[in-house]
Design a binder for this molecule. Structure first.
Ligand code: GLY
Length: 310
């Protein structure tokens, strides 16, 4: 048995596989990697793994990280080209005594050394979108209805882990890194407390180290309250400083398997399963005084979200 939470509807299928593994007694990291690989492998998802949208030069560059909540070990890859499952590379890096965060060519060579096979990550569909959009290059912004997969898992021994994977902003500068692979920003987990993971505009999320902030708040607050306080306060600060806060959404789970989420956008979906539960797709909603509530996604919601994420 175990529990998990992951960003966006796209995590639904992988979450089912992950819960099956947890129910079969597998450890949290196996479940998390299964969930994230399910998305990385699916050519239809344009913001993660194979089929992700490319940078300005037409090259897919992937960012990913893994963190172990028991010993706080962490591994990350940034701007990794031609490797389909960066979460597995990040996991291996978390086991190293040094060189835990590798980018670009160094990350690629590490993956090859570990036996990963190179592959072309740019699908025909993503190439076509790139060619169409290059002609009208606009402000860079987070994807609508999908983005980074960020996930927190706790297993029946109370061991927690967190992971992320993304192709980053569409048409980003070559070599650009966002929050997703950065410990403390895109993810953080401590099995003594809980874990959190972020999705949205990396340039804003990084300014607040928001995943670390949420985990620290969970020492005295529920996951839902910790997410609300962190996202809401930080969005207000950004508004004061810059006149706007760009997209920020966070999911979190404590070491009892209780979960929460918060967002400064209207359409934020996520998948969650408490201990002994099947994963379900939820929508975040803002209620009175900005307090969050979560509704189960209806068939119509899912159809609308699917249209956005594919
Ligand atoms: N949150 C994904 C990115 O900014 O790259």
């Amino acid at each position: 048995m175990g529990a998990l939470i992951a960003t966006w509807l796209m995590a639904e299928n992988g979450a089912k596989k992950a819960i099956d593994l947890l129910n079969a007694g597998k450890p949290s990291h196996k479940a998390l990697i299964e969930l994230i690989k399910d998305i990385e492998d699916d050519v239809h998802y344009k913001s993660v793994g194979y089929g992700g949208l490319p940078n300005r030069e037409g090259v897919v560059e992937l960012d990913s990280a893994f963190m172990d909540g028991d010993d706080l070990s962490y591994g990350g890859v940034g701007a990794l080209k031609n490797i389909k499952n960066p979460i597995e590379v990040a996991y291996l890096l978390s086991k190293e005594k040094a060189n835990n965060f590798l980018v670009g060519q160094g990350a690629y060579e590490y993956a090859l050394d570990k036996g990963f096979k190179p592959c072309d990550l740019l699908s025909a569909a993503s190439k076509k979108i790139y060619e169409d959009e290059m002609s009208k290059l606009d402000d860079l912004k987070a994807y609508d209805g999908h983005d980074t997969v960020g996930c927190i898992v706790v297993d029946d021994k109370g061991k927690m882990c967190a992971g992320t994977s993304t192709s980053g902003l569409f048409l980003k500068h070559a070599g650009r890194l966002g929050d997703s692979a950065l410990i403390g920003s895109g993810l953080y987990v401590d099995s003594a407390i809980g874990g959190a993971s972020a999705t949205g505009m990396g340039e804003d999320i990084m300014k607040g180290c928001l995943s670390y902030e949420v985990v620290m708040l969970m020492r005295t607050m529920s996951p839902s309250e910790a997410c609300r306080v962190a996202v809401s306060n930080f969005s207000k600060k950004l508004e004061k400083l810059y006149g706007q806060a760009r997209d920020i959404s966070i999911v979190a789970m404590n070491n009892k398997g209780q979960w929460g989420a918060y967002s400064n956008i209207d359409t934020f979906s996520f998948v969650a399963a408490g201990y002994g539960e099947e994963p379900k797709v939820y929508l975040f909603k803002k209620g009175k005084d900005d307090h969050p509530f979560y509704t189960l996604a209806t068939k119509d919601d899912i159809a609308r979200l699917q249209a956005l994420q594919r």
